[in-house]
Structures are given as structure tokens and as C-alpha cells.
Ligand binder design. Structure first.
Ligand code: MOS
Length: 734
């Protein structure tokens, strides 16, 4: 069912086409949410709670209000009413998008240390921030649970629902494990992590009567529109969300957080346009990040390496007032042909800001535990870790026997091993050196499921040969708009430069959030259908074989021709989704589809100080047909950089006594800098997925998965030490 393009001209798809938004971004002409202005613009800043649970007893705003330039200080005593967010239901993804269930400034309740309890609105950002520091608050604290390590033994099993499986099994994995001749059974921990996009969360909100316009740094203009409509009790059609440029999201801008809601509330209260740019500290305190985890991986095998048992269990956390479970064990159902499999995810709820998606939520940390365990088993068996993986490479999806849409993991390993020079590795730990440095090489598998969702797209062809694609998708740096321009160019036989893509505005036909690695495929699917519809119209107008699409319009005296796919009305959208679900999605679910890859990394470890340097990286992917050689490589490389941060540096430190984040800044929360990143060699097989539009597979998240596993395995090879607790800082190697 792969849709194809007319083969009459050289294809733009696949080429390393420059980003369509490259020039405006590099010249500074692109305007991000915080760069819009309106007459009378006011500025807002947040006041954060300093207890983890309880009530505000007094809140004294006199000193803050006296700061020159302060317009108002909003608290639960004087803030306009907000309606509570919709109840989270397992069948409606958009309800999960409420970052938390807290009705900000409409309650004296405090649910975590850092929750916003007041908003200062002032004539300047500095006045707002200064005043925010002068709001005096007293509390009545109640007992709270904030220590993940202490709470995790009391975790409860995550239930299965339509969106996510909390558990799955095949056979009797515990019994098979008990009988296995070769066994390993390990416990892993990963810390909480926070989002540090270059652009902090920012909102500019503007009311015109009961109509609300927001410029917002969001990955989800549709969810944001419906969320704000619910909270302010107005129709969704009266909310406009504008977000043409977003400076990185990675999941942190997928849900709707306090800053956005409270900016709209502040604008409501003051009758002024209000802008709020969260400080880096405020991003940490009010926006969720990656859950911490503890994981057990137990593997049982025969002496020849055949896996007889694979057990992967996890504990992760939610906030007591929100959060979504992460698919920590997802890859363990798919990667290895174990005869018996058991996966079980468990959850605890803590009095902390709720967790949120962060690039490959679940799989990023789940592949660390699984792939480090596979490496450990390879050593136990005396096998090469790639040979062990190939020996257990499944013919069908291990957990349920579904057919794979496509699976070229063997080829990815073969190509990657060749480019990396895996054959030069001597398997014995501590056997390779470069001067004083211990050298280690490690591999791990990358995995992320492939999804598609409904998207609405309109396409207009003009008589001058230009094409306008309109779609309410978001572009947060992935290259999505460029890829859609390439696809439209091929489908309508025009040069890429003749295509303009309008996106990032809720007045456009709605597309899914830029999340789940599914936006490009979902939009491409509808765009192809729209272009097909347009070509049929041209055929009806008597287009001949040698006539260009624009020539048909000229001949017919038509200035332009526009078609759309999907429906943009609320009701039409629901109906459209149902139709789509029944026909397309269900069809899609007949196959197991995933983006796959093989990471090869080389590290150098200082034997005296424990310092780890990542010195070389090769990654080889099986990600379907690549749409744009340049943006795809950048996207895949970026995930590896984030994975290196996760493996070696990043960790949100939370005081276990009071739940306060202790390192809410880039000075204390360490992310890799250029000097930490080696040249990254990206390669891919470019084998189309026959079940996906144009054979493409989403690549937004796959490359972060497996990275920490490959690094841990390389460090073991270098030093003989297995570190199962992220981040692998030098103290753990001494
Ligand atoms: Mo993502 S973590 O689906 O933005």
C-alpha cells in the first residue's frame, strides 16, 4: 500500500535539500514566541512554592506590588477563575496533554516544590522578576513523598490501556530463567532528567473580547488550542495558537504547562497583551522531564547463545497531579527472539512536578538496561556481542508473532561494523590502549516504534507554477517543513523552490503534535493524498501527457486550484479520525513497525581519574526511505548527542527531604558541549518500508535509544567495570 510518486522527473525526495527555514533562522528573521510584540505589552514572572505539599496560609504581595512598574500580583485571592482541565481518559491523547491537573491560582493547595502560586505582571520583565522575589508566603505543610529511591519498592503495576501496555508476556519467563544454563540478572538505575531546549518555554497572550490569541513555544498547537478553550470556557474556534518556529521541544513542549495557561490568565486579568518567558530555573520547576527509573533485566540462555528467557521490569514515576507512563520495556518485546518473555512496568506517584515525555520516553532508558544486559550475557557466554544479537534475531515480532513491516537490523550491523572497524577490537576488557588511555568499543541496538496519525492538509497549485501547502504542523527544528516541500514538489512536478509550506498556526488544517516520531509520516500521508486528488482534477481538465500542471490551469483560465484532505471542523475532525482509525490505522496495526539501528562507539578512559571521552561514533540505521539526506543525518546525530549527555552527564538532583530541584541551571545540570562530542558517522540503509507513505519511517527519536547502552558497554570493554547507574560519572569508575 505504499503510495508512490510519478516517476517522470528527477526526485527531490532523498536529496540533501537545504532547510526551507534555514535562511530566516540564520539571519534572525524568524520570529519565535517571545519575539512578537503588541502595543501595551506587559511582562509576567512566576512565584514558585517552596514546600512539596500543603496549603498557602498567607501570601503578602504588598512589597512586590510596590516595585515600580508592577501592574498586578495575581494569587489565588484575586486571579480570574479557570475551569479545571478535562479528566484524563486513556482513549483521548489530548487529555494526557494537560501537564498537570492543578488549577493554578484557583486553589491554595500546593502539590510540589516549584508549583506556581503567584504571577507578577509588570511593565518590564526585570520589574516582574524582581517583584516575584518579594512575594512573602507562609504555608501549612502536609506530609509528602518525594524520594523515588525510598518509594520505589512500593510501586504498583501499570495497567494496560488502548494507548500503552504496562505488561506483556509470552510463555513462562521466570520458570525458563530458573532453568537456564547461563543467566544474568541485573538492576539498573537512571536519574530524572530535564529539558533544556535552546528556546525556553515562552508565551505571548492577547485577548480580544472573549477571543484568545497565543504565540507559544509548543509542539502541539491543536492540543494547546483545545486545552485553553476548556480552561477559559470558550469555543476552540475562538482560540488561535501561533507557533511557526519552535527552538527545540524534544517532548518538553508537547504538553501544556503552567507558563502558557498563566500568561493567558494574566492577560485576562490585566486586559493587556502579556508575555512570559520562563527563566531556565522556572522551566525546571514547572515543566516535567524524564522519569527516573529502576530496572531489572534477567536473561537466560543456552550455551550456544539462544535466549530462553527475557525478563524486563521497571519502576518509574508520575507526579501525583499528572504525568504519563513511559514505555520503559517497549523494546524488550520486539528486539530478541526469546522463547519466553515477561515485561512489567510499575509506577509510583510522587509529590513532584509530573514527568513528561523526553525524546524516546521509555525506550531511551529501557534500551540502556536491555542492551547493557545483552552485552553482559555475551561476555558470560564468551560470544561476540554482535554475534549474540544476530543469533537471536527474530523472524517475527517475538511477543505476538506479528509480521515485521520490514527489518534490516542484520544489514545495519554489518554495514556499521564495517565502517567502524569492529573487527579490530580485541574482546578482552582492558586489552586496548592508546598511550595512557584505556580504549573500549561497544555496540547497542536502537529501537523506536513507528506510528501514523490523522492529519489534514490543503494544497494549492497556482497558474504561475507555485505550490502552497497548508498544514497546522509544528517545526521545532526537525526539518519537517522542508521534507513536505520536497514531497509536494515531486508529487506536482515542480522544483522544491516553487513550494511554500505554511505551518505552525491553528487556523491551518490540523495536524498531529510534533511528537512520537510520527509527524512527518502522518503529514506526508495526507499530503500525498491531497496531491493525488489535485492530479485527478487536472486529469479531468484534460491534462495531456506532456502538459505541466500549471499549463493546464493557464489553458483553462484558472488562477489556482486548491484541494484539501481531512476536515478542519471539530466534528468533522472526530469523524475523520474515526474513519482514518478504522481504515488506515487498523490496517497499519497488522504489522510490527519500528525504526531500528546499530550504534558503535569508542571511548577512552583515563585509568587514574576515571575521565571518559567518547572518541568515535558510527551509527547505522534501518529507518525506511530517507526523505532528506541532510536533515535526516542532523536529526539522527542530534539524538546521539542527547544520548551521550544522558549516559555521561545529565542528572536532575532532587533533595530527597523536600523535593526541591537543586540544580535548575545549565551551570549545574551538565549537558554535552562541542568538545564532548566526537565526529559522528551516520549511515542508513535507505530501504523503504512498504507499509508507510513513500516508504518513510519516523526518525525523530530512534537515535537516542541504545546510546547509553553502547557507551556503558564500551566503558566495560575499556575498564572491565560494569556501571549500571546513569550517568556514568568519573566517581563511579574509581
Ligand atoms: Mo516526543 S518525546 O514524542 O516530543
Amino acid at each position: 500500500m505504499t503510495q508512490t510518486l510519478p516517476a517522470t522527473r528527477e526526485s527531490a525526495v532523498g536529496k540533501p535539500v537545504d532547510r526551507v527555514d534555514g535562511a530566516v533562522k540564520t539571519t534572525g528573521a524568524a520570529r519565535f514566541a517571545a519575539e512578537y510584540s503588541y502595543p501595551g505589552l506587559a511582562h509576567a514572572a512566576l512565584v514558585h512554592a517552596t514546600i512539596s505539599r500543603g496549603r498557602v496560609t498567607t501570601i503578602d504581595t504588598a512589597e512586590a506590588a510596590a516595585v515600580p512598574g508592577v501592574i498586578t500580583v495575581l494569587t489565588h485571592h484575586n486571579a480570574p477563575a479557570l475551569k479545571p482541565p478535562r479528566k484524563v481518559t486513556p482513549t483521548d491523547l489530548s487529555t494526557m496533554a494537560s501537564g498537570t491537573s492543578v488549577n493554578y491560582l484557583n486553589t491554595d493547595e500546593v502539590h510540589w516544590d516549584g508549583q506556581p502560586i503567584a504571577v507578577v505582571v509588570a511593565e518590564s520583565p526585570l520589574a516582574a522578576r524582581e517583584a516575584a522575589g518579594l512575594v512573602r508566603v507562609t504555608y501549612e505543610a502536609s506530609e509528602s513523598t518525594v524520594d523515588f529511591a525510598a518509594a520505589e519498592p512500593n510501586a504498583t503495576p501499570q495497567k494496560n490501556n488502548l494507548i500503552m501496555q504496562g505488561s506483556a508476556k509470552k510463555g513462562d519467563a521466570e520458570a525458563a530463567f530458573a532453568e537456564a544454563p547461563v543467566r544474568i540478572d541485573s538492576r539498573f538505575t537512571t536519574p530524572p532528567l530535564h529539558h533544556n531546549a535552546i528556546e525556553p518555554h515562552a508565551t505571548l497572550a492577547l485577548w480580544d473580547g472573549d477571543r484568545l490569541t497565543v504565540h507559544d513555544a509548543t509542539q502541539s498547537i491543536d492540543w494547546l488550542r483545545s486545552h485553553l478553550a476548556t480552561r477559559f470556557g470558550i469555543p476552540a474556534s475562538d482560540v488561535r495558537v501561533i507557533a511557526p518556529f519552535v527552538g527545540g521541544g524534544f517532548g518538553g513542549k508537547g504538553f501544556i504547562w503552567a507558563g502558557t495557561i498563566l500568561t493567558a490568565l494574566a492577560a485576562r486579568a490585566t486586559g493587556r497583551p502579556v508575555r512570559m518567558v520562563l527563566t531556565r530555573e522556572s522551566v525546571y520547576r514547572v515543566v516535567g522531564g524524564r522519569t527516573p527509573s529502576t530496572q531489572r533485566v534477567a536473561l537466560g540462555a543456552r550455551a550456544d547463545g539462544t535466549l530462553t528467557s527475557l525478563i524486563h521490569t521497571s519502576v518509574s514515576r508520575l507526579g501525583r497531579v499528572g504525568g504519563s507512563p513511559e514505555a520503559v520495556t517497549s523494546q524488550s518485546k520486539h528486539l530478541y527472539a526469546a522463547e519466553n518473555i515477561l515485561v512489567q512496568q510499575n509506577l509510583v506517584e510522587l509529590d513532584l512536578v509530573s514527568n513528561a515525555p523526553m525524546r524516546a520516553p521509555g525506550e531511551a532508558i529501557g534500551t540502556f538496561a536491555l542492551e547493557a544486559s545483552i552485552d553482559e550475557l555475551a561476555y558470560e557466554l564468551g560470544m561476540d556481542p554482535i554475534d549474540l544479537r544476530m543469533h537471536n534475531e527474530p523472524e517475527r515480532n517475538p511477543i505476538d508473532g506479528k509480521r515485521f513491516a520490514r527489518r534490516y537490523l542484520r544489514e545495519a550491523y554489518r554495514v556499521g561494523a564495517e565502517r567502524f572497524g569492529w573487527a579490530n577490537r580485541t574482546p578482552e576488557p582492558r586489552s586496548m590502549r592508546d598511550g595512557r588511555w584505556l580504549v573500549g568499543m561497544g555496540v547497542a541496538t536502537a529501537f523506536h516504534p513507528s506510528l501514523l496519525f490523522v492529519a489534514n492538509v490543503a494544497v494549492r497549485l497556482s497558474v504561475d507554477g507555485t505550490v502552497l501547502v497548508r498544514c497546522g504542523m509544528q517545526e521545532m527544528g526537525m526539518g519537517g517543513a522542508t521534507v513536505q516541500a520536497q514531497i509536494a514538489a515531486d508529487a506536482l512536478e515542480v522544483p522544491v523552490e516553487s513550494v511554500r509550506v505554511e505551518y505552525g498556526d491553528s487556523t491551518l488544517p490540523m495536524a498531529p503534535s510534533a511528537a512520537g516520531s510520527m509527524q512527518t509520516a502522518s503529514v506526508a500521508n495526507s499530503l500525498l493524498a491531497a496531491c493525488e486528488k489535485l492530479r485527478r482534477r487536472l486529469t479531468k481538465l484534460g491534462r495531456s501527457a506532456d502538459e505541466s500542471p500549471a499549463a493546464v490551469l493557464a489553458r483553462e483560465g484558472l488562477p489556482s486550484l486548491e484541494v484539501s484532505v481531512g476536515s478542519d471542523t471539530r466534528l468533522g475532525r472526530v469523524a475523520g479520525q474515526l474513519k482514518f482509525m478504522s481504515k488506515f490505522l487498523v490496517d497499519q496495526r497488522r504489522w510490527m513497525k519500528a525504526a531500528l539501528g546499530a550504534h558503535f562507539c569508542e571511548v577512552r578512559v583515563d585509568p587514574d581519574t576515571g575521565e571518559v571521552r567518547v572518541s568515535r561514533w558510527t551509527a547505522s540505521f534501518d529507518v525506511g526511505r530517507v526523505m532528506n539526506a541532510k536533515t535526516a543525518a542532523s536529526q539522527l546525530r542530534g539524538g546521539i548527542v542527547m544520548g551521550i549527555g544522558m549516559a555521561l552527564a545529565e542528572e536532575t538532583l532532587i533533595d530527597p527531604r523536600n523535593g526541591r530541584i537543586m540544580n535548575p541551571s545549565l551551570a549545574e545540570y551538565h549537558v554535552p558541549v562541542h568538545a564532548d562530542i566526537p565526529p559522528i558517522d551516520i549511515t542508513y540503509l535507505d530501504e523503504p518500508d512498504p507499509t508507510m507513505p513513500l516508504g518513510l519511517v519516523g526518525i525523530g527519536e530512534v537515535s537516542i535509544t541504545g546510546v547509553a547502552g553502547a557507551i556503558a558497554n564500551a566503558i566495560h570493554h575499556a575498564t572491565g567495570r560494569r556501571v549500571r547507574d546513569l550517568p556514568i560519572t568519573l566517581d563511579k569508575l574509581l
